[in-house]
Design a protein around this ligand. Structure first.
Ligand code: FAD
Length: 355
């Protein structure tokens, strides 16, 4: 079939690659540059999402763990296995036994993964590997496996694969309207028609339908997440409980420095996605708590923010589902939500809707 895709983030690019491989003729339209929005502003983790187990998202975690292993096996040059440490302190919100049970389930959901299973590390072992970590109350911690990637480079690699398979990817090509018959109108007033049209505009998916006068079957919650790059080496990746909150923050090695994130702040679609000073303070406070000698705004090299397209499901964004949904209406298929890690699985589902 002749298929048009609107949106050149990781989900649109994986759809283009998948559909072209299945023998369709694909043309993708991106209003900006490929991989310039949410998909290049992530935490750069290929992960199942340990935290989503707390929201009982077993299906999603299982799928994401398998997709994580798929990326690691397929593109070793742009991905790598990562061992994360979750230190446990006296008086912490989650008990040692709860974390142990969660990690046991995490490893079980990963199936036959080649990554090593979770293991306990004593406080002495942890502090020997990273003496900067706060000592008071440290009981030990669990080390577990996930993956890390260069999100922009990996997305552009997918774009190359799609092009090599024959897909046409057009940048700077904004779509103003779509309709159920497969017709689309561009911002420059021209139009085109495809047998099937896929709206995979991430945070803008609902907006494209609105502009087209089509009622959206799902609502998206737009939640900004910010990261800081600190001028510090990062000998160990951490998952840290935010003191007095159920949230967690990642501290990750990134290009010889330390990446810290993220936040969850509601965002209007037209507002610029930037890290505001209160988010920077929030992240530096967490760093100051766990690494008393390492904080201070002087060490921030870069701050960046992206907007999560979350399916509307809960008033607290931390509890909102990370699941995605597809909706078919005539020749038009719209995608709502979708994690980076699961983009290939999402693309396979979109392909199954093409008939
Ligand atoms: C702070 C943060 C951290 C995250 N960390 C992780 C992580 O570590 N691991 C993970 O798996 N996931 C992570 N995610 C989630 C993941 O990054 C996103 O869910 C994913 O990148 C969404 O990809 P997308 O292709 O749907 O959207 P996008 O990347 O936003 O792509 C949508 C594209 O559509 C284009 N577009 C919009 N409207 C139009 C139009 N009218 N015409 C043409 N083009 C249009 C946009 O320009 C954009 O390029 C994170 C998200 C955030 C915000």
């Amino acid at each position: 079939m002749d298929i048009g895709i609107v949106g050149g983030g990781i989900n649109g690019l994986c759809c283009a690659w998948q559909l072209q491989q299945r023998g369709h003729a694909v043309r993708l339209y991106e209003r900006n540059r490929l991989m310039a929005e949410t998909s290049s502003r992530s935490s750069k983790l290929l992960h199942g999402g340990l935290r989503y187990l707390e929201n009982l998202e077993f299906r999603l975690v299982r799928e994401a763990l398998r997709e994580r292993d798929g990326w690691l096996a397929r593109v070793p040059g742009l991905t790598r296995p990562l061992r994360l440490l979750m230190p446990i302190y006296r008086g912490g919100r989650r008990s040692r036994w709860l974390i142990r049970a969660g990690l046991f389930l995490y490893d079980a959901l990963a199936g036959r993964s080649e990554l090593p299973a979770a293991s306990w590390r004593t406080a002495g072992q942890i502090l020997q590997a990273d003496p900067r970590l706060r000592r008071d109350g440290l009981l030990g911690g669990y080390s577990f496996s996930d993956g890390q990637m260069d999100d922009r480079a990996l997305g552009l690699w997918v774009a190359e694969q799609a092009q090599a398979a024959g897909a046409v990817l057009r940048e700077h090509c904004e779509v103003r309207r779509v309709d159920r018959s497969g017709r689309l109108e561009f911002a420059d007033g021209t139009s085109a028609r495809h047998e099937r049209l896929i709206n995979v505009c991430g945070p803008w998916a609902e907006r494209l339908l609105e502009q087209s006068g089509i009622a959206s079957p799902y609502r998206l919650d737009l939640v900004r997440g910010s990261h800081l790059v600190l001028d510090l080496p990062c000998p160990q990746a951490y998952v840290l409980e935010v003191p007095c909150e159920p949230r967690i923050v990642f501290v990750l090695p990134w290009q010889g420095r330390t990446l810290v994130g993220t936040t969850e702040v509601r965002q209007a679609l037209d507002a610029p996605a930037v890290c505001d000073p209160s988010e920077q303070d929030y992240l530096l406070t967490v760093i100051g708590h766990y690494f008393p000698s390492a904080s201070g705004p002087g060490r921030v090299l870069e701050a960046f923010a992206g907007v999560r397209p979350l399916l509307h499901s809960a008033s607290n964004p931390a509890q909102a589902t990370r699941e995605y949904a597809l909706h078919r209406d005539g020749a038009l298929i719209s995608v709502f939500g979708g994690k980076w890690t699961t983009a290939q699985a999402l693309a396979r589902k979109v392909s199954d809707h093409i008939h």
